[in-house]
Write a protein that binds this ligand. Structure first.
Ligand SMILES: [Zn+2]
Length: 78
């Protein structure tokens, strides 16, 4: 734990985080990127989601590629 905070508890509501899958989507204006099956820590109580640094980097890469290639809709599975 680098930050010292309790990573198993939700900072928003204090609920428990459990590992699950989520859908990440971002609207770039002229293109829409949807990535399914993204592993995330999800709060049982309020549904807030956290994506690991590694996954976040991967998503950033996917978004950057979609932006560069000007695809209107990009739907993929991680
Ligand atoms: Zn919560």
């Amino acid at each position: 734990m680098k930050t010292g905070e309790n990573k198993n508890l939700c900072p928003m509501c204090g609920g428990r985080k459990v590992e699950g899958k989520t859908v990440y989507s971002v609207d770039l204006g002229n293109s829409l990127v949807v990535v399914r099956n993204v592993v995330a820590q999800i709060c049982e109580q309020c549904g807030e989601e956290w994506i690991s640094d590694q996954n976040a980097k991967e998503l950033e890469h996917i978004v950057e590629e979609a932006r560069r290639e000007k695809r209107q809709v990009e739907i993929m599975t991680m």
